[in-house]
Design a protein around this ligand. Structure first.
Ligand code: XMP
Length: 307
């Protein structure tokens, strides 16, 4: 596909379709929603409002990074909904229930903002594998009814692109290289990397251990072979020894996988120096951790995330 042509024809058709109406997008800072946001902005300027919902489950530095990139580039709205999400998740252990609650609160927060804007269109960063994998059942033209009865006309400007094309379009639209090549991150964020019940303290620990894994993998260059690399905070405590004291801290699992599309994934041979350094840093820098393990299971039968 000629991407310059794609960009210009998409901008024209967005102008025709949206006209002078208002549109909204949930901008996560992931590649797809970021590319979509800047593409639609080219067409309708500030009639697009990009809403960045912070559920308090994001990675180290992520909020500042996303705000820094988009604050002056888009009609951008940052919503800190951390308390709302964490309150709703209190006491919830079941992974599916955690996911459902996060999805529900997300829609509630987004809906509140959409109502203020009086948007007619909802822009979504659906890409080709998203609808092809669902059996091609998602229609090209459809409406979405929010729980409050508001009906939005769904616009999916990049639905025919594959990930590599989305990245190239992003580069052509001057999005930073770091954002374009960022590893995928699940919508429910660190909630699915803290096993069982979550709270603010566990999320903070999970944020630290994920940051250490990212720093080490990226500085070693091993990230070029990986689709995702992260750490999971389990709900198991194990005995350890720190100094000459018995300790009883959390068990952490480090996961590094290679994949083309996340449908299947394999664990490559991880350089020993890398995993050893990660383990030493986690146990020395994060006092709550006594033991680090490496996940070696492919997908299938495992999934990439733990919950
Ligand atoms: P699994 O764990 O199912 O993950 O092997 C496959 C890919 O999807 C990501 N993932 C999600 N992405 N919302 C997302 O946008 C989600 O709820 C979600 N859950 C998993 C995961 O990180 C991996 O890249």
């Amino acid at each position: 596909m000629n991407l310059d042509k794609f960009i210009s024809t998409t901008i024209d058709s967005l102008k025709n379709k949206i006209g002078d109406e208002k549109a909204i997008i949930a901008l996560s800072g992931g590649v797809d929603s970021s590319v979509c946001s800047v593409l639609v902005k080219e067409a309708i300027e500030d009639n697009l409002t990009a809403i960045f919902v912070d559920h308090g489950l994001l990675r180290e530095g992520e909020v500042d990074e996303v705000c820094g990139i988009f604050q002056n580039r888009l009609n951008f709205k940052y919503i800190d909904a951390t308390d709302e999400f964490l309150d709703a998740l209190k006491g919830i252990k079941d992974p599916e229930e955690k996911r459902k609650i996060i999805g529900k609160i997300f829609i509630e927060v987004f809906e509140r903002e959409a109502e203020k804007i009086k948007a007619k269109f909802l822009v979504q960063g659906t890409i080709a594998p998203d609808w092809i994998e669902s059996g091609g059942k998602i229609k090209t033209h459809h409406n979405l009814a929010l729980p409050n009865g508001m009906v939005l006309d769904v616009v999916e400007p990049i639905r025919d692109l594959y990930k590599d094309e989305v990245r190239d379009v992003g580069l052509k639209l001057n999005l930073p290289e770091k954002l374009i090549h960022r590893q995928p991150f699940p919508g429910p964020g660190l909630a699915v990397r803290v096993l069982g019940e979550i709270d603010e303290d566990k999320i903070a620990i999970c944020r630290k251990i994920n940051h250490i894994v990212s720093e080490e993998v990226e500085s070693s260059g091993f990230n070029k072979q990986l689709w995702q690399y992260f750490a999971v905070l389990t709900d198991s405590h194990v005995t350890g020894v720190k100094g000459d004291q018995r300790d009883y801290g959390y068990l952490v699992v480090v996961r590094m996988v290679s994949s083309l599309d996340a449908m299947t994934a394999t664990v490559p041979e991880v350089p020993w120096s890398l995993i050893s350094k990660i383990s030493k840093r986690i146990t020395s820098e994060v006092k709550e951790i006594t033991h680090v393990t490496l996940s070696v299971s492919d997908k299938p039968p495992s999934t990439i995330e733990f919950e």
